[in-house]
Design a protein around this ligand. Structure first.
Ligand code: PBG
Length: 344
C-alpha cells in the first residue's frame, strides 16, 4: 500500500479529544486559568462597631463596620486576593454628600485601618456621589440653570467634588481610586486634583464603560444609593451600544486612566473583548456586578445550578474575554475553591 492510500484509510488524524484524555493533560493545555490574584473583593462599610448586617438580595455579603471590614479583608489577603474595593455608607446624606470628602469619613477611616493592619493588600476606593447624596444621584443636581432640566446631573460641578473625594481618599492611604459615575472628564479632573496635592503616583481605575443596567439592583440595596427619582440613563451607557464603548475607552485613556473597566461583565463579554483589543497597553478590569452574583446565588440555593461550578465558569469566561482583574462578590469563595479549600 502506498503512502497516499494509507492516509485515506487512516481514521481521522485530527482528533482534538487527544488533548482531553486526562486531568493532567487538560490542565496542561488550559488556556485561561483563574488565580486568586485575579480578584478584587468589594466591601460595604457602615458606621458602628461589630456590625455584620447581611444584605438580603446578596446572600453571603454583609454591610460591615470598620473592625469587621479589617477581618474580612484579612481573609481576602490570606486567600491571595489582590485588592478590596470599598463602598461607604455615610452617617448622614445631603445634596452634595459632605462625608464623601471628610478626612474622618467612613471610607477614610476604613482605609487607614486597612493599611495599618494589612499593608500589602491593595485598597481601591469607589469614587462616586450616589451613596452620599440625599437624592441618590451620582452628581450635583441642577436647580438654577433654566437651560437644563431640573434634577439633571451637572457635569463640571460634579468634577470638583470627585477631585476632592479622590484627594481625601489618597490622603487616607488609598492605593487606587476608582471613579464610577460616568461623568465626562472625570479621569482628567481627578488626575489634576491628585497631582496638585502630590498624589501623582496614585493610579486611576476608571469605570470607563458602565452601562445603565438593571443588574445593579441588589447593589443599590447594599449601598443604599438608589436614585430617589429618575434613573441614571443621562450618564450611564445604553446597553445596545458598543462603538460608543470604544469612544468612552479612548477618551479615558487620553485623560490618563491607568486601568480601564467594563461593567457589568457577563452580559457584556463582547465589550470586554473589543476594549481589550483596542487598548492592549492598559490593564483591563471587569465588574461582575451584584445582579450577576445574586442570580447564581439564587439558582444555587434552589438547587437548580451548582453554585461553585457556575461561579468559576463565569469568572473564567470573563477572564477569557480579556479581563486581567475581576471585581466579584464571589472573590473569597472562588479563591478558596481554586486553591481546593472549603469555602467560608
Ligand atoms: C455607584 C455604583 C453602582 C455600582 C458600583 N458603583 C451602582 C449604580 O451605578 O447605580 C454597581 C455595582 C454592582 O451592582 O455590584 N455609582
Amino acid at each position: 500500500m502506498d503512502a497516499r492510500t494509507r492516509l485515506k484509510t487512516l481514521p481521522l488524524r485530527n482528533r482534538p479529544r487527544r488533548l482531553r484524555h486526562s486531568t493532567r493533560l487538560r490542565a496542561a493545555v488550559r488556556e485561561t486559568v483563574l488565580t486568586p490574584a485575579d480578584f478584587i473583593y468589594p466591601l460595604f462599610i457602615v458606621h458602628g462597631e461589630n456590625v455584620r448586617d447581611p444584605i438580603p438580595s446578596m446572600p453571603g455579603i454583609c454591610q460591615l463596620s470598620v473592625d469587621q471590614a479589617v477581618e474580612e479583608a484579612g481573609r481576602a489577603a490570606a486567600a491571595g486576593i489582590s485588592a478590596v474595593l470599598l463602598f461607604g455608607i455615610p452617617a448622614s446624606k445631603d445634596p452634595i454628600g459632605h462625608e464623601n470628602f471628610d478626612d474622618d469619613g467612613i471610607i477614610q477611616r476604613t482605609v487607614r485601618a486597612l493599611k495599618d493592619a494589612l499593608p500589602d493588600l491593595l485598597v481601591v476606593t469607589d469614587v462616586c456621589l450616589c451613596e452620599y447624596t440625599d437624592h441618590g444621584h451620582c452628581g450635583v443636581l441642577n436647580h438654577e440653570n433654566p437651560v437644563l432640566p431640573a434634577g439633571y446631573v451637572l457635569n463640571d460641578e460634579t468634577l470638583d467634588v470627585l477631585a476632592r473625594v479622590s484627594v481625601s481618599h489618597a490622603r487616607a492611604g488609598a492605593d487606587v481610586v476608582a471613579p464610577s459615575g460616568m461623568i465626562d472628564g472625570m479621569v482628567a479632573g481627578i488626575r489634576e486634583g491628585l497631582d496638585e496635592y502630590g498624589y501623582d503616583h496614585i493610579p486611576i481605575m476608571s469605570y470607563a464603560i458602565k452601562y445603565a443596567s438593571a443588574f445593579y439592583g441588589p447593589f443599590r440595596d447594599a449601598a443604599q444609593g438608589a436614585p430617589k427619582f429618575g434613573d441614571r440613563r443621562t450618564h450611564q451607557m445604553d446597553p445596545g451600544n458598543v462603538r460608543e464603548a470604544l469612544k468612552e475607552a479612548a477618551l479615558d485613556v487620553g485623560e490618563g486612566a491607568d486601568f480601564l473597566m467594563v461593567k457589568p461583565a457577563l452580559a457584556y463579554l463582547d465589550v470586554i473583548r473589543r476594549v481589550r483589543d483596542a487598548h492592549p497597553e492598559l490593564p483591563m478590569v471587569a465588574y461582575n456586578v451584584s445582579g450577576e452574583y445574586s442570580m447564581v446565588k439564587a439558582a444555587g440555593e434552589r438547587g437548580w445550578l451548582d453554585e461553585r461550578s457556575i461561579a468559576l465558569e463565569n469568572l473564567t469566561a470573563i477572564k477569557r474575554a480579556g479581563a486581567d482583574l475581576i471585581i466579584t462578590y464571589h472573590a473569597l469563595d472562588a479563591a478558596r475553591w481554586i486553591e481546593g479549600r472549603p469555602p467560608a
